[in-house]
Ligand binder design. Structure first.
Ligand code: HPA
Ligand code: ZN
Length: 334
């Protein structure tokens, strides 16, 4: 099924095999004996327990070529899953803090995007995420560094440790992002309360909410999301791996859909959470057995919620419709 992926962190696509290959290439050592030992560390009990490992592994990314190879490996997997458009997060502060120039990160990722478009016809854009565990002034300095490259950045986001770092901490930062004419998104309501979703909308001007699965804890917030057509980029395997929900069968996805929220499905950090987008779809289907119309709706939402022109959206949705027509289940109920 053709679809867009709107919530994937490029650093979270670093597979153990590539991590060790890059460590060797750069003459550095990872604090794990081998790939199996690294994989064994993928037992998380919270967002923070994952983030500690995610930031540690990112240390193997040093050169423009490393970032290119990382991007290309993700795009190959995504294209194989039917992703035809991806809006991909990157965390420049994770790299600039280690002395890697912003330009090296950006140009390496762009090299990968260009090669991926040539090889697989997949369209990719970059969304710069700020790390919310850092201060707003540090994030403003990161924005200063990015500004000379603004034409190459598709939008801005907010990620990292949610609890204790509400969206309101970044009001000035996101006002500047919006003034630059870029769409903004924010992680909210993953581990944090529904109030963080409201802050992301009202204070940051977020156009999509990343995760947002805790909206079900506040009926007013959930009703608002549905009424305003705010897209939620839901990441089912991430949520179960990070113990946001104990089991897939307990995920709030059916409640979000039933309330009329504009849900999309995504992989978040596929190297760490047990799968790429189709693995997420299979896990959801195993738990909830959605019908074809629901799958059409989810895929269509991914295109409608993307930050591309209306003409580009129409082209992407046309490819989805052709797929459903060929499968003989068209026109689906929308
Ligand atoms: O799921 C996430 N939440 C917050 N920050 C992140 N950074 C990578 N993945 C995530
Ligand atoms: Zn995320």
């Amino acid at each position: 099924m053709p679809k867009a992926e709107l919530h994937v962190h490029i650093e979270g696509t670093l597979e153990p095999g590539l991590a060790f290959a890059l460590a060797r290439r750069n003459g550095i050592s990872l604090p794990y004996a081998d790939e199996a030992a690294l994989k064994a560390a993928y037992a998380f009990d919270s967002l923070q327990s994952f983030l500690d490992l995610y930031y540690a592994c990112a240390d193997v990314l040093r050169t423009r070529e490393d970032f290119r190879d990382l991007m290309l490996a993700y795009l190959e997997r995504a294209a194989a899953d039917g992703v035809i458009h991806a809006e991909i997060f990157f965390d420049p502060q994770t790299h600039t803090a280690r002395g890697i120039p912003f330009r090296t990160v950006l140009e390496g990722l762009e090299d990968g995007l260009a090669e991926g478009a040539r090889r697989w016809g997949i369209g990719g854009r970059l969304i710069l995420c700020f790390l919310r565990h850092l201060s707003e002034d540090e994030c403003l300095a990161a924005l200063d560094e990015a500004e000379p490259f603004i034409g190459r950045i598709h939008g801005f986001g907010l990620d990292s440790s949610e609890r204790g770092h509400p969206p309101s901490k970044f009001a000035r930062l996101f006002a500047r992002c919006r003034a630059l004419g870029k769409p903004v998104v924010a992680h909210a309501g993953e581990e944090g309360p529904p109030a963080y979703i409201t802050e992301a909308l009202d204070i940051l001007g977020a156009r999509r909410i990343d995760h947002g699965v805790r909206a079900v804890d506040d009926p007013a917030v959930l009703a608002r999301l549905a009424r305003e057509g705010v897209a939620l980029t839901v990441c089912p395997l991430s949520n179960t791996r990070l113990c946001v929900f104990a089991e897939m069968s307990e995920h709030s996805l059916p409640q979000l859909l039933a309330a009329g929220a504009r849900v999309t499905l995504n992989s978040d950090d596929p190297a760490y959470f047990g799968g790429y987008l189709n693995d997420n779809i299979r896990a959801v289907q195993a738990a909830f057995a959605f019908d074809a119309a629901t799958w059409y709706r989810l895929a269509r939402n991914s295109f409608e919620a993307s930050f591309v022109t209306d003409a580009e959206k129409a082209g992407l949705i046309g490819r989805l419709d052709s797929f459903f027509a060929a499968a003989g289940v068209y026109p689906p109920v929308v």
